[in-house]
Design a binder for this molecule. Sequence first.
Ligand SMILES: *Cc1c(COP(=O)(O)O)cnc(C)c1O
Length: 381
Amino acid sequence: MDTIDIPAQLLPKDGRFGSGPSKIRPQQVRSLCDDSMSLLGTSHRQSPVKQIVASIRQGLADFFSLPDAYEVVLGNGGASAFWDIACASLISRQAAFGSYGSFSAKFAACAASAPFLLDPVIFESPVGSYRLPELTEGVDAYCWAHNETSTGVAAPVRRIPNSEEYGALMLVDATSAAGALPVDLAQCDAYYFSPQKAFGSDGGLWIAILSPAAVDRAFSLESSTELEGAVRWIPPFLSLKSAIEYSRKNQTLNTPAIATLIMLDQQIQWLNSQGGLDWSQQRCAQSASLLYDWAESSSYARPFVSDPLARSNAVVTIDMDEDISADKLVGLLRENGIVDTAGYRKLGRNQLRIGVFPSVEPADVAALTRCVDYLVEVTRG
Ligand SMILES: *Cc1c(COP(=O)(O)O)cnc(C)c1O
């Protein structure tokens, strides 16, 4: 394949458009060398690192305007680990799932494989759309993704009507939504995510914002297990009760990556200093509109998600005409320093997928559209 050099004046300043891992701002990386240098390689049980964790927890509480008595909890393992934690420590008997892409389907599969849970009830919808789980007798946890990263679909976060009669919890996968999409946390009981998407840090950690009902559930499931012996196995690593107890002391069960914590803390402080979630979601909406508007007016590209209200402002998916190979385009972009623009592999569409998290400059998104136009023009001849 021939390389095509995109003229320098068209290029974005920063070419990282991944949907996770995503762009980490240079200031965050610099903070590792400057002010935080002496923290790297020191104990997470001592005050300096605990202060970073405390600052993360307080910063997120401010950022999300936490409802009363909600708690910020964290642990190692990323959002995928939190699915197993939820199966062990949050779902009592049976969960219902909205399933509309790879990530929402994966959590449902975790629940299906847990021998002490009843088979999950799954409400499926075609990729490119979403479906919330519906009220179901006996279900004690309703689960769905705020942003389905594999397809670029955003779903609402709101309690399933009448589910409170059964004391059901709403568990929302916010991995790629948290920090980019607006949310009212009173509408859910666990809003969980990893730091390598909108919070522009490294992976490996999970963060969950828990309602008092979710905290109660975690504590009571663990005590009933002890009574019922072999019925439910909560491996220590998947104990949400223990994660809550450690988090309250600004620690984690086992050793965290301190650099990840520092960069996360820097990002939260930056977001809060810019104007918090209001600012950040508007910036993401601006970047996303640049792409959707460009695709709609383009002769060869169009938004994949047909319902404008379901289009994500965090991860934007753009279908290309069949005579333009998205794979080839993605390769050419990469040779020009513009990376991670490929569609989700298992979705198998001729598509670009662009992460427009708050760290990404809207001007760089605009530049990206000009680079794609340039490459298409040149390759079409
Ligand atoms: C990225 C992602 C995950 C997985 O996160 P890990 O940190 O890799 O475990 C889960 N759900 C959604 C919606 C995601 O975007």
